[in-house]
Design a protein around this ligand. Structure first.
Ligand code: ADP
Ligand code: AMP
Ligand code: ZN
Length: 218
């Protein structure tokens, strides 16, 4: 059976940090809408330039463009056994489009992990976040530092800070999450696939809790 897992949670909740272990445990690809937009931006594609206008000010990229992009990604052969969705869906129309898309494949969203973290913690997490532009690995200068300051453990690339992680944009992104994405918690609760996880625990404790949950629902 295919496993389509959604990681839901505000910016900075720890979705990207947890994604690697989940995707390895379930042998499904990690599909991050934010990473795909940033890849387009680094290649200066039309989609990348369009998305950048929204990302810079902490707004969502329009649904039609985002839905098409994720639909194309999920059609790739590596998603036949499922995918771990990180950052998608973020609106009700996106969630409905995902349901329609998966229904056509004879699949559905199996589990939604809602990583819950209060706003004041998110700002501190995002202001200390450093990521690797080569492999996408995510660090925190205090909570998850690389072995050598600002250098990726995995490939030695100098780490970068995301322009949208500055405090003012973060506040906007949290607000957008509250108004547009949080309603998805109720949407998935009603479908009986929601699991809430306390994302303020240590990275390791959150990982263990998620892996235990997923082992139980397989
Ligand atoms: P998201 O993908 O949900 O936006 P990230 O996984 O990028 O969030 O995490 C945001 C920042 O918080 C990163 O710097 C990461 O190292 C750090 N972080 C993630 N999970 C935890 C945790 N459980 N405790 C402390 N810091 C964390
Ligand atoms: P993330 O990497 O998930 O924090 O996403 C970074 C930015 O990309 C967001 O603030 C949005 O501007 C955009 N983005 C990512 N995923 C989506 C989505 N599902 N819908 C709309 N915009 C998105
Ligand atoms: Zn790296």
């Amino acid at each position: 059976m295919a496993h389509f897992i959604v990681l839901l949670g505000p910016p900075g909740a720890g979705k990207g940090t947890q994604a690697k272990a989940i995707s390895e445990a379930l042998q499904i690809p990690h599909v991050s809408s934010g990473d795909i937009f940033r890849e387009h931006l680094s290649k200066q594609t039309e989609l990348g330039k369009l998305a950048d206008g929204y990302i810079k000010c902490g707004q969502l990229v329009p649904d039609d463009v985002t839905i098409r992009m994720i639909g194309d990604r999920l059609k790739q052969p590596d998603c036949v056994n499922g995918a771990l969705l990180d950052g998608f869906p973020r609106t009700l129309p996106q969630a409905e489009a995902l349901d329609d898309f998966l229904a056509k494949m004879g699949a559905s969203v199996n589990t939604v992990i809602s990583l819950e973290v209060p706003a004041e913690v998110l700002v501190e997490r995002l202001s200390g976040r450093w990521s690797c532009p080569t492999c996408g690995r995510v660090y925190h200068e205090k909570y998850n530092p690389p072995q050598q300051a600002r250098i990726c453990d995995n490939d030695g690339t100098p780490l970068i800070q995301r322009p949208d992680d500055q405090a003012e944009t973060v506040r906007q992104r949290i607000e957008v999450y509250r108004s547009q994405t949080e309603p998805l918690i109720e949407y998935y609760r009603q479908k009986g696939v929601l699991v809430r996880v306390d994302g303020t625990q240590s990275i390791e404790a959150v990982k263990q809790e998620i892996l235990t949950v997923l082992a139980g629902v397989q």
